[in-house]
Design a protein around this ligand. Structure first.
Ligand SMILES: Cc1cc2nc3c(=O)[nH]c(=O)nc-3n(C[C@H](O)[C@H](O)[C@H](O)COP(=O)(O)OP(=O)(O)OC[C@H]3O[C@@H](n4cnc5c(N)ncnc54)[C@H](O)[C@@H]3O)c2cc1C
Length: 405
């Protein structure tokens, strides 16, 4: 099915200027494809900025793409290439912000531009199901900027909007717990920066919910704070009854191995100010008398109500599917990723994220011609995405578009 030729009037629209959207922009520029990058934030990589104080668990040598490294080197801006793990902020400052100022990208970058919805010009979702007639119609994107709303037409679309801004909810079954929506302002859904925002956390009673790498990082940081300020009290609630923190005996990533070991130590009672509950879900939340009352339900349907000052919810995130609600995207009913990739990932279930490679351009295709979900959003609820996989996805899709563009 031949896609429309990309032109300055019908360019490739790259949604999101995170690490993968910027990689796609650089690849499109190198392939001489007309493109525009639409980024909701006032700066590029705004999601990475949200966790800027956190160290990546991959070192510099695995966190900068060969394409970006080479391009920055030609401008005398080569980033480190060693075994140290950068923080998110260092990755932004040394790599992502400079890449965005590259003369091949900067004129095509629109900051402060949120994509609200995407459709096909003149067609509804159910019309022309995966036909050549559908492919011949431009994409129609509703954009929101400080000036108002506008329409942009595009010949092809790469959705690289990530998953960070759609965090999962606290309640059982993935639903919001009763009372959770009312307390939205009082729930921290990111890894707190305990240095910058110390006064918000010192001496507080804190409920931390979640068991993945982000929650482990927060547990470690909070335990450190409690060691320095013993009035700080942490209750760490995990859904798993027997969480596995360090599954890899010889983890090749020392930073990830250290995190797992620290989490296991805390779990085993390594910090007197941090208590653990396993096999629990948040049953309900309520606020009164200046505190939050969280009811936890655990094994045997036992409930316990704890009174805290702050809640940190780190229970995962999945990309925003509402963007492409009007398109013919076949989503996996279990993981919410694009179906073919989701099936490939489920087929390769388990294992370490270091073993992940891209599954090829076919796995990225949807019934909607010339629309691709790339980057961490493409993994849906699967938490094994690595930057390296995103760079491979970009190579494959840009090669495909360049071959017909
Ligand atoms: C704490 C943490 C640590 C991680 N550590 C590692 C690591 O060590 N190694 C590794 O390989 N991976 C790591 N990852 C996983 C992954 O590589 C990162 O999440 C990475 O940022 C994903 O890049 P992305 O470009 O796909 O998405 P994002 O970085 O999420 O970028 C998406 C961009 O899209 C923009 N956007 C969102 N919605 C819209 C919209 N509607 N319109 C326009 N723009 C929009 C956002 O503002 C953002 O700039 C980590 C993730 C987290 C959260």
């Amino acid at each position: 099915m031949a896609p429309p030729t990309l032109t300055p009037d019908l360019p490739l629209a790259i949604l999101g200027a995170g690490p993968i959207g910027l990689e796609a922009a650089l690849a499109a520029a190198q392939a001489s494809l007309p493109f525009v990058v639409l980024e909701a934030g006032d700066e590029v990589a705004s999601h990475v900025a949200d966790w800027g104080h956190v160290h990546l668990f991959t070192p510099w040598s695995m966190s900068v793409s060969p394409r970006m490294r080479q391009r920055l080197a030609t401008r005398g801006l080569a980033p480190p290439n060693d075994d140290e793990c950068p923080t998110g902020d260092a990755l932004r400052q040394r790599v992502l912000l400079p890449v965005a100022t590259d003369p091949s990208i900067a004129p095509h970058l629109r900051l402060g531009t949120r994509v609200v919805s995407i459709g096909r010009q003149g067609l509804l979702k159910h019309q022309e199901i995966a036909t050549a007639a559908r492919a011949a119609r431009p994409f129609r994107l509703l954009l929101e900027t400080a000036e108002g709303e506008e329409i942009l037409l595009a010949g092809a679309v790469l959705d690289c909007t990530g998953s960070w801004s759609s965090p999962h909810r606290l309640g059982d079954g993935g639903l919001p717990a009763p009372g959770e929506r009312r307390l939205e302002d009082q729930i921290c859904r990111r890894i707190p920066d305990l240095v910058r925002d110390a006064t918000d956390w010192v001496g507080r009673r804190i409920l931390l919910v979640g068991g993945g790498h982000s929650a482990q990082t927060a547990a470690r940081d909070l335990a450190q704070l409690a060691t320095e300020h013993p009035a700080t009290q942490i209750l760490w609630a995990l859904r798993d009854e027997r969480p596995q923190f360090a599954p890899l005996v010889d983890d090749p990533l020392p930073a990830r191995r250290a995190l797992g070991e620290d989490a296991a130590r805390l779990f085993a009672g390594g910090c007197p100010s941090l208590a653990v509950r396993t096999g629990v879900v948040v049953e309900a939340l309520a606020a009164h008398d200046g505190a939050i009352h969280a009811t936890l339900r655990g094994p045997g349907e036992r409930t316990e109500t704890v009174t805290v000052d702050r809640i940190v919810s780190l229970v995962g995130a999945t990309g925003d599917a509402s963007l492409y609600r009007q398109l013919q995207i076949h989503e996996c009913y279990a993981t919410s990723g694009p179906m073919k990739l989701a099936a490939a990932l489920l087929g390769a279930a388990g294992g370490d994220c270091l073993e992940q490679t891209s599954h090829g351009v076919e796995a990225l295709r949807s019934p909607e011609p010339n629309f691709f979900v790339l980057g961490i959003k493409s993994y849906g609820r699967n938490n094994t995405f690595l930057l390296r996989v995103g760079w491979e996805q970009v190579d494959e899709v840009i090669a495909e578009l360049a071959s017909v563009g």
